[in-house]
Design a protein around this ligand. Structure first.
Ligand code: NAD
Length: 519
């Protein structure tokens, strides 16, 4: 039995054997994937586990060779991959094509930096009593990492995490979104095509397949909604396996009076509408101080009205923003716009579906909004940009922080020091100054969602790869006498010696060292 994603039941009600993948921009059938069972997930996990020890044994340099070959395969096959990304996501070609760039950048970053971060560490022993100890810390991989991803960037999203986990020496069992599994499935086929060890697998299916992955792995890397993240966090806690949860956001953009208004307007339009607004770090709400509000809205209005909606042909760059990925997501967008208008907001441009076929929605600019509206509180994840007038920076900061989410934010001002001071007051994991969304691609700094935007982080230099490892301490001795003074049997002579040693080595004053002060 086959079913479309929009018509099948949710995670608990997986009722279909095969999932039909349709292009959301025009409804065309572009592929099918199996809705894999728990047994199939368990079998895939077993096979990956069997291959992992050899993968760990070849070391970071050996693993980097395979990642470099995979990078080359992706570069050579990128048009085919991007055509799948575009078709399953209903994207404009321009929006789709950034995914190859992100994939290659991430691969290159982790294959070149990880070997140094994964080196054994040899800390000095602490204290005189331990002077003969030799210490090292090894970074041993979690044998099997589960990589569960959403639909908004079918290739780039798994690629932000997969290279780091592979470089750490883990095997990876990936589960792409049931909405957009095709490009990632093809990328994993590429891993096999280069003859790489069998340490990267993919299973497809609905939420139940994802839940089976959580049950089969040693560490979970999840990107997706806060709702699913909670379920995964709870299950991982029951199993006592760690998880890193990169969840939803409601990013605020704060425009101060001295901002470069042209750059800010261009940034708002790109940050709000890139990928039809379906980025976790999309600009979801804009707070503009009163002095420049009218001028800012005027510029943004012209730019939003000029956006070309729809899915163009591969390689043509004829449209700017494509389709919303699912009917359910379109329902959220329509509800947010409707509820905003009912509560007194005004649609300046856009505000409806672009056509009856597919899920393309017009780029929509909303003004006269307030922080109580659903478009300002809930994640919209669609092509809308609500802009609100605020009295000053203090009000902007207060409203930006009035949110359950804490992913990222942006501050627009010519005074960078002021921008940094405002960043210090924002309760989010990342702040961009005079830019937006770009923190995600700065692999040396962490992308960490605060509050309901997640637990843990991706990237962040050494942390980006070490999060997939467990520290293993190895302790040895330079001298190995037949026995140590605190080993059995206890004797009065050795006991007194130990008592004296506690004072002699632990005290920092001579009276206690020499036992002249009574205890
Ligand atoms: P989703 O949570 O519905 O699904 C994500 C993945 O989880 C899918 O593969 C799905 O099949 C799987 N899944 C569903 N139920 C599961 C369960 N019980 N156990 C295990 N896996 C399960 O999210 P979505 O709608 O695909 O993606 C959109 C969301 O992703 C947005 O909220 C967006 O903000 C978020 N996102 C966050 C980041 C980030 O880095 N913070 C990046 C991209 C997207």
């Amino acid at each position: 039995m086959s079913a479309d994603v929009d018509s099948v039941a949710g995670p608990a009600g997986a009722t279909t054997d095969v999932i039909a993948i349709r292009c959301p921009a025009d409804g065309r059938l572009i592929g099918e994937v199996p809705n894999q069972t728990v047994e199939e997930v368990v079998a895939a996990a077993e096979s990956l586990r069997a291959a992992q020890p050899k993968w760990e044994a070849i070391g970071p340099a050996g693993r980097a060779v395979w990642l470099a070959k995979w990078r080359d395969w992706i570069l050579d096959n990128r048009n085919r991959l991007l055509e799948l990304v575009q078709a399953e996501g209903g994207k404009s070609w321009g929006d789709a094509s950034i995914e190859a760039l992100a994939a290659v950048e991430s691969l290159n970053y982790y294959l070149s930096t990880s070997p140094q971060y994964l080196r054994d560490e040899h800390p000095k022993a602490s204290g005189v009593a331990n002077v003969a100890k030799r210490l090292s810390v090894r970074h041993r991989p979690y044998p099997l990492v589960g990589l569960i991803t959403p639909w908004n960037y079918p290739l780039a999203m798994p690629m932000l995490d997969c290279p780091a986990a592979l470089m750490a020496g883990c095997a990876v069992l990936s589960k792409p979104s049931e909405v957009t599994p095709l490009a990632w499935q093809e990328a994993v086929r590429g891993w096999r095509a280069i003859g790489a060890p069998d340490v990267l697998g993919v299973v497809t299916g609905l939420g139940a397949t994802g839940a089976a992955v959580v049950d089969a792995v040693d560490m979970v890397q999840f990107t997706g909604s806060t709702k699913t993240g909670r379920l995964i966090g709870a299950r991982a806690a029951e199993r006592l396996v760690p998880c890193s949860l990169e969840l939803g956001g409601k990013d605020a953009m704060i425009v101060l009076a001295d901002a470069d208004l042209e750059r800010a307007a261009n940034g708002a339009v790109w940050g709000g509408f890139f990928n039809a607004g379906q980025s976790c770090t999309a600009v979801e709400r804009v707070y503009v101080v009163a002095e420049v509000y009218d001028a800012f809205v005027e510029r943004v209005t012209t730019k939003v009205a000029a956006l070309r909606e729809g899915m163009d042909s591969p390689g043509t760059y004829r449209t700017d923003i494509g389709s919303v990925a699912t009917g359910a997501q379109l329902d959220i967008v329509e509800r947010h716009v409707r509820e905003a208008v009912e509560a007194g907001a005004r649609v300046v441009t856009g505000g409806r579906r672009a056509s009856d076929a597919g899920f393309v929605y017009e780029a929509t600019l909303l003004v006269d909004v307030d922080n109580a509206m659903s478009c300002m509180r809930e994640e919209t994840f669609g092509p809308t940009l609500p802009v609100m007038r605020v009295a000053d920076a203090d009000e902007a900061v207060r409203l930006a922080n009035d949110s359950n989410y804490g992913l990222s934010a942006s501050v627009w001002t010519k005074d960078k020091e002021m921008g940094k001071r405002i960043a210090n007051r924002l309760n989010v994991g990342a702040v961009n100054i005079n830019s937006c969304m770009m923190n995600v691609f700065q692999f040396p700094v962490p992308q960490a969602g605060w509050s309901e935007s997640g637990i843990g982080s991706r990237g962040g230099g050494a942390h980006g790869v070490l999060k997939y490892t467990r520290p293993q301490s190895v302790v040895s001795d330079v001298y190995e006498p037949r026995s140590e003074i605190f080993w059995y049997p206890h004797t009065s002579r050795l006991g007194k010696l130990q008592e004296f040693a506690v004072g002699l080595l632990g005290a920092r004053d001579w009276r206690r060292r020499l036992g002249l002060k009574k205890h």
